[in-house]
Write a protein that binds this ligand. Sequence first.
Ligand code: GDP
Length: 416
Amino acid sequence: WQQGVAAAGTDNSPLQIFVKAKKKINDIFVEIEDYVKDTVDYMHDIEKEQKIINTDKVKEIEEFVSKVHGIRDVLSRDHMKVAFFGRTSNGKSSVINAMLHDKVLPSGIGHTTNCFLQVEGAPNDEPYLVLEGSEERCAVESVGQLAHALCKEKLSESTLVKVYWPKNRCLLLRDDVVFVDSPGVDVTPNLDEWIDKHCLDADVFVLVANAESTLMVTEKNFFHKVSSKLSKPNIFILNNRWDASATEPEFLDQVRRQHQERAIDFLVKELKVCSSKEAEERIFFISAKEVLQARLAEQAQKTSTPLTEGFQTRYFEFQDFERKFEECISKSAVKTKFEQHSQRGKFIANELRDILDGIYNDALKLKEERLAQRKELTDKITYTEQQLMLITQDMKKKIHAMVEDVEQRVSKALNE
Ligand code: GDP
């Protein structure tokens, strides 16, 4: 498993699908932005000299500059969001900490999460938190301090506290994954408000269940509500505290099968969010506490406390969950977040092309008109020249005749 720890989160992680797509789409928008700016400059140039462009068209293109800029702004903030739900003390915070390889969120007795906690990457080494509705960054040195800061504030259960954790301490945060921990679904919450405020943009939901008991109605109800508001949400079910099974190995297979069947039925038959085959890839039996302990010991280069029977299998299953989760979240986020951006990009590029095509056609028309005018003028000149020639020739003849006539008359008069 130690090799697994070293390999996890490297650049061949499925999260790179999202990271690379984000970079690529951003590069495309940089090009579109250049293209739009060039077009605006070009239009300003010809607007001064020619009459082909009207000011409305220039304004239309100028608006694209701010639109493209807006999309790039949203794009830079796009991330993959995973939200964790389940009853109090099932181990939501422990799962998040295990995935982050660090004790970021307070967990355990006395540290019940009583509001929504969002963990996302901070650009530099200093962790800090920001309370909802405030701009102030409160420095957090330790988990204890974070727990204290959260207890001190009288926060309502649907309030969001953002915890910014240094990106360089965790690859998942570096790759734009944002974690949301929720208060237990058993705290008589206002589920609709929760969902509207915190879930509509989540790419993946993780139900952290307790493997020592069956799924509760409160947990099920919450996901019924989620799936009525979102079409086919991606839901993973973690049967946490699976280390407890080690004490009763004779029931292990039977209990696991029972939990597995019930969880599959819940996803497939009740929620209708996936097929049975897909559901098998969404249900895991893990121990977040063990994984976290092992990862912390690994980081401190210490051997962890004596391992419970079956630890390795559970550790591998946790890694398997992480891999499937990464694949699912990055694909889903690319689709939901970037599909819209790419359609907007295509629309802007098409509009720009249509406007430029229009200008080109108007310019061609103007050229043809001018050529026609020039031809008319040349024709007129040629005609006048011909007329002039004819007149001149006629005049010449007439003068010639007159001169001859005069000469004859003069010689006749002289003779006489
Ligand atoms: P939350 O309220 O759902 O966020 O639950 P916590 O993560 O705070 O966990 C509650 C308690 O359960 C803590 O004391 C954890 O150490 C413990 N816990 C979490 N996961 C496991 C697990 O896999 N096995 C065992 N034995 N205890 C766990």
